[in-house]
Write a protein that binds this ligand. Structure first.
Ligand SMILES: [Fe+2]
Length: 259
């Protein structure tokens, strides 16, 4: 079973690039499931219905989120209604939406979980205890992908080792900068600290670099905008055993427009 996980999709340039390249990748690689982090898909902050529909049309099947989950005005209603969107599971009890979702892939139940780290981010509930609780509630599911949306490499590595041998894959998101540490851990869990992003290559994390620089140099209030220019596409393909759910391999995918 082959799963493609696409890193943070940033704004319209990110959406458009996914639409342009994804169908070809799916055909060439014979992918069974596509999961993408969409928390920056609408103008870099959150995701609205329009962006969700564009990503579904492009071939994305499940969307994970992060610290920008609530940044669009229809976020709450959208996450309540659409079971294909997963927000961090360690938000406080009673938060709208869902922290995990179960779909069917190649006839097998497949669990997608979203978690958020706490270092330099909101002080949510403990992601380690929350993921333990979710796994204990789904003992029959062998195919599990976890998107660990976090700022620090250490917190993501800790989650990888915490879940090694218990889930199929732990993929990190949020920093938009891909790391080169993809591997299958000894227990059979595919791991990467950060998948990277889909969006403008020459901005700063996908945002217009002049605006980010002005903010950093002056500390005046600046409204960030998604950058233009050449786009990059970051993803990983994870190959899983159909029966056990253990990972056989994880491969980093990086595409970039010339320019
Ligand atoms: Fe984020």
């Amino acid at each position: 079973m082959r799963v493609l996980f696409i890193g943070d999709i940033v704004g319209k340039p990110g959406q458009d690039y996914v639409r342009e390249v994804l169908k070809g990748l799916l055909r060439a690689r014979r992918i069974d499931l596509v999961v993408a982090n969409g928390e920056n898909a609408t103008n870099g902050r959150g995701i609205n219905r329009l962006a969700c529909e564009a990503l579904y049309d492009a071939g994305v099947e499940i969307i994970t989120m992060g610290n920008h989950t609530w940044d669009q005005k229809d976020s709450e209603a959208l996450l309540e209604e659409d079971a294909r969107i997963v927000r961090p599971a360690n938000f406080p009890e009673g938060t709208p939406g869902r922290g995990y979702t179960v779909c069917k892939v190649a006839g097998k139940p497949f669990l997608v979980i979203n978690l958020m780290g706490r270092t330099f981010l909101s002080q949510l509930d403990c992601p380690f205890r929350e993921v333990d609780r979710i796994l204990a509630a789904h003992p029959h599911i062998r195919h599990v992908l976890v998107d660990m949306h976090a700022e620090t490499t250490s917190e993501k590595l800790a989650m990888g080792w915490h879940l090694d041998g218990r889930v199929s894959a732990v993929v990190g998101t949020h920093t938009h900068v891909p790391t080169a540490d993809e591997r299958v851990l000894p227990g059979g869990t595919a791991y990467i600290t950060d998948v990277g992003m889909v969006g403008p290559r020459d901005g700063i994390l996908g945002m217009d670099r002049d605006l980010v620089l002005r903010k950093m140099r002056t500390h005046l209030p600046v409204r960030f905008q998604v950058a233009g220019g050449p786009r990059q596409f970051c993803a990983v393909e994870v190959d899983l055993d159909d029966e056990s759910g253990r990972a056989r391999s994880i491969e980093r995918i990086f595409l970039c427009e010339p320019g």
